[in-house]
Design a protein around this ligand. Structure first.
Ligand code: COA
Length: 170
């Protein structure tokens, strides 16, 4: 029992979620964003995911938001519409307690319910993203490729690994 509960994000959550996210923007290469998001940026993301009909979940513990996960378009062209990219962030001070795995499983399950068939994770190929790569492996994602030197952050070239989980049964 973790005491963790999930619910759909609303724009009111944006100011807390942006704090969780901006910690990683400022300190790590797990995200390719170079500039911190504003609260409005996060609110627009919450609205865009809702308009797409995809899940955007927040995880709450004793009334505090400790993480979030959502599914969004992997590629824009319409034939990709049953394939989504997943994003998840756990607040830095509560990592390693099992919340990331619960969040990832929950958002994938919600994706199944709205017809998602493939989930793609595009993960930085850097030491600080090792927890994410291990988490996705444990959650049933398989590595399907890698691209080198596609990003530059903190004066280093960064590659990505692509991981995929198939949700379809046929
Ligand atoms: C990746 C992240 C979401 C994992 O969340 P978490 O709550 O810390 O992870 P959990 O405690 O649920 O761990 C689940 C699994 O992830 C892996 N993992 C977690 N932390 C790890 C670490 N420091 N080193 C190696 N593997 C790790 C393990 O396989 C673990 O399973 P186990 O405990 O049974 O061995 C979290 O570290 C995070 O927010 N990181 C920064 C943002 C990020 O990388 N997001 C993903 C972008 S695609």
């Amino acid at each position: 029992m973790t005491g963790l509960t999930f619910r759909s994000a609303t724009v009111v959550d944006a100011d807390v979620l942006v704090e969780i996210y901006n910690h990683y923007v400022r300190t790590s290469s797990v995200t390719f964003d170079l500039d911190p998001w504003s609260t409005d940026d996060m609110a627009h993301k919450i609205e865009a995911v809702a308009e797409l009909g995809m899940p955007f979940l927040v995880a709450e513990l004793a009334g505090e938001l400790v993480g979030y996960a959502y599914l969004s378009m992997w590629r824009e062209k319409r034939a990709y519409q049953t394939t989504m990219e997943n994003t998840l962030y756990v607040r830095n001070d509560v990592r390693g307690k099992g919340y990331g795995r619960l969040l990832l499983d929950a958002v994938v399950q919600d994706g199944v319910e709205v017809g998602v068939r493939e989930v793609v994770a595009v993960i930085a190929n850097t030491p600080d993203a090792v927890p994410s790569i291990r988490l996705h492996e444990k959650a049933g994602f398989v590595s399907v490729g890698a691209m080198d030197r596609v990003g530059r952050k903190f004066d280093e070239w960064i590659g990505v690994v692509m991981m995929q989980k198939s949700l379809s049964r046929d």
